[in-house]
Design a protein around this ligand. Structure first.
Ligand SMILES: *Cc1c(COP(=O)(O)O)cnc(C)c1O
Length: 479
């Protein structure tokens, strides 16, 4: 990579002279080389990129240093133009290597789809499909029918519906069931999920009236009982997915609320957040009630995300009593919140992997339950390679996290490679982290106590080779 040095005053005038030699845009575009580009990429893009190319050429010349030697001819301008066209046609969503150990990293796209789910999405993307078409009768069907059928089988729910994400699910359930009535929520559960999604605000949007119950740390069944009036339309329980209240604390269980719901005829809605189908003790010390357990405890309707512990595409899954799900499905908001065919195909494939207990078919499950002894072996191997390159590196125990606002209090034991810069280098750990992030195949890592930490739980085998090559370039000073 050519370094461009900062301008030194004395060459400024010379540079200005050279700038005057750059041909006019109109003339450039009439040249055969540019007419060729037009045929390949279209006039509009070529004109835009020629302008941009000329701009970067001007800045390089003005900056002096190596830039001064740029020759002002049409070949060079053509080179700058093509580079701009290339940059513009590349996707801005680049693959990154997640060495943070955060399995459901919201900024990195949360869950990884299985091959089957990704293939299903790609296949329906390319074809006309039976999305809202009942093949037997030739009549119109529901687009989420196939996914709903698997959700029913997996969870025991009477019926299910799918929307774009769980935030949308909360909105539409509240709008369909509690509009113009009071919704009882514990003061300990008035949560903010992130990105300005706060339960009180969503409630207002939905037309339901929030009635707070109990206190932040204590909400008893009697608090709910006392607050019920003829205006009460819904009991809402929100899973405090992204934080935990510890110490003097008690909340009312789903089964107690369900008894109250049966006694009064007021439905009970549980927003589960991550909605695990598996026993979370398989990979951490914390137990989180599974979707099946919450339904068995008597929730009338529940919702959870498709891309948290379920390990599927971004989606919001609503499941429960048939009459309530039907109300949600027929609500006008459904049209605004319904998922597209790719999401539905990927979701159905993911759900079927759960049904078939095809563990390998669900990368999120596989990553969360990976044996830490095997992670240690991979860390040891990477560590010794980095040491051979001259880095100060060691392998230590670290904690992975499930992330994405799930299981906030649990840590998942793992191993990480801790790297300091080379002994004779001026690079800080922050510098090292930045260099790993730049260029092709960005690697996202943490820094703690002036060391870069690479938690290999979330790094696949072929990605480990890429990480090592990046370190090898850094060791040679090629950056
Ligand atoms: C994550 C979460 C949501 C939002 O789900 P998205 O799928 O991210 O829209 C809503 N409620 C709870 C309790 C959550 O944990």
């Amino acid at each position: 990579m050519a370094a461009i040095h900062l301008s030194r005053g004395k060459n400024k005038e010379h540079s200005m002279d050279r700038l005057r030699n750059i041909p006019k845009l109109d003339l450039i575009l009439k040249d055969e080389r540019f007419l060729n580009l037009n045929r390949k990429y279209g006039e509009k893009l070529v004109k835009l990129c020629t302008k941009e190319g000329l701009e970067s050429m001007r800045s390089a010349i003005l900056a002096g240093g190596d830039g001064e030697h740029i020759s002002i001819d049409l070949d060079t301008i053509c080179f700058f133009t093509e580079r701009c066209i290339e940059e513009r046609s590349r996707s801005s969503l680049v693959n990154v290597i997640n060495a943070t150990g955060v399995v459901l990293h919201t900024n990195l796209g949360r869950s990884l789809l299985s091959e089957k789910a990704a293939e299903a999405a790609a296949r329906v993307a390319r074809n006309y499909v039976s999305l809202e078409f009942d093949m037997e009768s030739g009549n119109r069907g529901h687009r989420d029918e196939a996914a709903a059928a698997v959700i029913r089988e997996l969870t025991g729910a009477e019926d299910a519906a799918v929307v774009n994400n769980n935030a949308a699910a909360v909105l539409i359930v509240l709008a369909a069931i509690s509009k113009d009535s009071e919704v009882l929520v514990s003061r300990g559960e008035l949560v903010e999920i992130g990105g300005s999604f706060r339960i009180p605000d969503v409630m207002e949007l939905s037309g339901g009236r929030l009635k707070e119950v109990g206190t932040t740390n204590m909400t008893r069944l009697s608090d709910y009982e006392k607050s019920i009036s003829e205006n009460t339309g819904l009991l809402l329980k929100v899973h405090t997915s992204n934080y935990r209240i510890v110490g003097f604390h008690s909340e009312t269980s789903v089964s107690d609320l369900s008894n109250l719901s049966k006694k009064t005829g007021i439905p009970l809605y549980v927003d589960l957040g991550s909605g695990s189908l598996m026993e979370t003790r398989e990979f951490t010390s914390e137990h989180e009630d599974t979707v099946q357990e919450v339904l068995r405890s008597g929730a009338d309707i529940i919702s959870f995300s498709g891309d948290k512990l379920l390990g599927g595409p971004q989606a919001g899954i609503i499941a429960g009593r048939r009459d309530l799900v039907e109300k949600v499905r027929n609500h006008p908001l459904m049209r605004a919140l319904r998922p597209d065919k790719m999401t539905l195909a990927a979701l159905e494939a993911t759900l079927k992997s759960w049904l078939l207990e095809d563990g390998e078919g669900i990368p999120v499950k596989h990553i969360l339950t990976r044996d830490k002894a095997l992670i240690r072996v991979e860390c040891d191997r990477m560590c010794s390679r980095l040491q051979q390159m001259g880095f100060e590196a060691s392998v230590r125990e670290v904690s992975s996290a499930s992330g994405g606002g799930t299981l906030p209090a649990s840590d998942i034991p793992s191993y990480g490679v801790h790297v300091k810069a080379k002994a004779n280098s001026l690079l800080s750990a922050e510098d090292l982290r930045t260099l790993l992030r730049l260029g092709e195949d960005p690697v996202i890592a943490r820094v703690t106590k002036d060391e870069v930490v690479l938690d290999l739980r979330t790094v696949r085998e072929w990605e480990q080779n890429i990480i090592e090559s990046k370190f090898s370039l850094i060791a040679k000073g090629w950056w």
